[in-house]
Design a protein around this ligand. Sequence first.
Ligand SMILES: *Cc1c(COP(=O)(O)O)cnc(C)c1O
Length: 405
Amino acid sequence: MYQNPAGGRSLTLPSESKDQPKSGRKIYNIAEPILGELEMSYVIDAMRSGWISSLGPYIGRFEDDFAASCQCKHGAATSNGTAALHLALVALGIGPGDEVIIPSLTFVATANAVIYTGATPVFVDSLPSTWCMDPAAIERAISPRTRGIIAVHLYGHPCEMDAVTKIASTRGIAVIEDAAQAHGAQYGNRRVGSLGDVGIFSFYGSKIITTGEGGMLVSNNPKLIERARFLRDHAMSADRPYWHPEVGYNYRMTNIQAAIGLAQIERIEEFLSRKRKLLNSYRQLLSGIDGLEFNPDVLPSRSSLWLVCILLPPGVPVADIAARLKEDGVDTRPFFHPMHELPPFKQFRAVHAEGDGCPVAERLARTGMVLPSSLNFIDEDIEFITSRFTHAFKAVKDSLCYSSA
Ligand SMILES: *Cc1c(COP(=O)(O)O)cnc(C)c1O
């Protein structure tokens, strides 16, 4: 079913595979990009042109093509996804004294970007159906100081965007989509990134489209993108060199990164269909295990299925299964810790639809496990991983039975 990807290259991400196996054994990584001849030819072209810094034709081409792939008119490429998120908030005028509502269950960058602006994050609980923020909890989290909502499409599944934008628009609150994990995902027949005031993406090595490091803001609002471009380049005046009317940032992307990105975006449909095949194979080969829940895939949305995720039955320790799999070279991850449990964010409000705290986010975080989801996997890889998983699951369950007997 799987073909060997172009070039047959398997590039491991150093940060994703620090613990090497005992003896030249294969490591099954959480994520690996596919980089082939197209990426290489664009990179070589960028090198030959001499434009290796943040000027050069690939940046504009990548911005245009990527924005178009999100059904947006404009894009502004950045040095990484966190920088894009920070710029989006600053460009919307969010700063000290403001509150920004975000899901508690997300990658830490979402919360950090709010802190960078001087605004206060307010955490909301997740929905069990999509693992994304619960609109009823957003309603409860709103205060007179609320200026923004960051809708995170967790593990690639779109948020309830109709409900989110409805809540926001009646109160003049901005909606930022954090689509860092959701390249190519659809909400109905609309692409994520185009559903709020501004969308942001990450092109880190583990994401669906990569430029090594990189990010992008997309929007149909030309003023907002123009402001992001100004701020990312030290806030330098367009018509007066070295005149900086305010404090800006260096959040630029290089032409070489954009060359990689341009090649990657041409192949996004291939990557998305590989991710879907991965999930289907896992589902099928693990169907013998009772009580496993896989990634949400709630119609009419189409998840990007960034990583294959499972929820283990309650009481089965994720860490024990992960430790056994690691011995077989199978790398897994727990889910993110809910933000309201992390030391820098404990002081902020966390709410669910009926009260304080985020019980759904906590349950998902405790029972969730991310399985290896490399774009390079072939059928035999998934067969190996699922057979080791089945073995580890049985062994851990048996040990639980003995210890409780
Ligand atoms: C990866 C990610 C980011 C940040 O992207 P970087 O490119 O690593 O800075 C932001 N939000 C979410 C949800 C992410 O997964």
